[in-house]
Design a binder for this molecule. Structure first.
Ligand SMILES: CC(C)(COP(=O)(O)OP(=O)(O)OC[C@H]1O[C@@H](n2cnc3c(N)ncnc32)[C@H](O)[C@@H]1OP(=O)(O)O)[C@@H](O)C(=O)NCCC(=O)NCCS
Length: 176
């Protein structure tokens, strides 16, 4: 599946390419990103390239505002017409400017209007308030807690599950 270029007045979403790898690995090594995802340990260029090879069917976008600022992914499950969503901005100074909102809006609009998707879902740690505010603003519905579902550094971590369905998105954002 080819990742399309998407853009609006605020942000451009480019297909993720080899030119994005070095910066991405730098970002993924930061504690503030690792804390939000709970699973990225021992990241390296080689491990990231392995991940890219293993996820060739995943839609991968590099987010560009004035410069390259983050990544977003849609792991599509065609059988169930669903996709798992991830997003991160790599530098704290780029957060809080609604760039995550503009990027996610583009992706959800593409997912529900151009792909045969019925559901987009995600995981979010219960203490990640900026992300929760973003997902609530977009219309994601909290579906519950997956109790102690991640094992990291000797501790079990609980994560929340959120999802939005196609009719919910179209009701808020028009059907065309
Ligand atoms: C979550 C994320 C994608 C949101 O994108 P964003 O561009 O920052 O989103 P917004 O600017 O719309 O901010 C959403 C809310 O969080 C708040 N916020 C964003 N960054 C913040 C920060 N660093 N500190 C405190 N509050 C913050 C905003 O003020 C806003 O709150 P409001 O609704 O009361 O106005 C981005 O913050 C990010 O990449 N964070 C690190 C990685 C991450 O957590 N990814 C999601 C994993 S589930």
């Amino acid at each position: 599946m080819n990742t399309p270029f998407l853009s609006n007045n605020y942000i451009q979403l480019h297909p993720y390419g080899i030119e994005h790898i070095e910066k991405t690995v730098e970002w993924l090594k930061q504690p503030f990103i690792q804390q939000k995802f709970g699973t990225i340990e021992g990241i390296s260029i080689e491990k990231h390239k392995d991940w890219l090879r293993q996820n060739q069917d995943t839609l991968k976008w590099a987010l560009h505002a004035e410069q390259y600022i983050g990544n977003s992914f849609l792991f599509v499950n065609n059988k169930h017409h669903s996709a798992y969503f991830q997003i991160y901005l790599g530098d704290l100074k780029d957060t809080g400017k609604k760039l995550g909102y503009y990027a996610t809006t583009l992706i959800l609009d593409y997912a529900f209007k151009h792909l045969a998707l019925h559901r987009v879902w995600l995981h979010c740690l219960p203490e990640n308030l900026p992300a929760i505010k973003l997902y609530q603003r977009l219309g994601f519905v909290f579906e519950g807690l997956e109790r102690e579902s991640i094992f990291r550094s000797g501790t079990f971590i609980t994560q929340g599950r959120w999802a939005i369905l196609k009719p919910e998105w179209l009701a808020r954002n028009g059907a065309s």
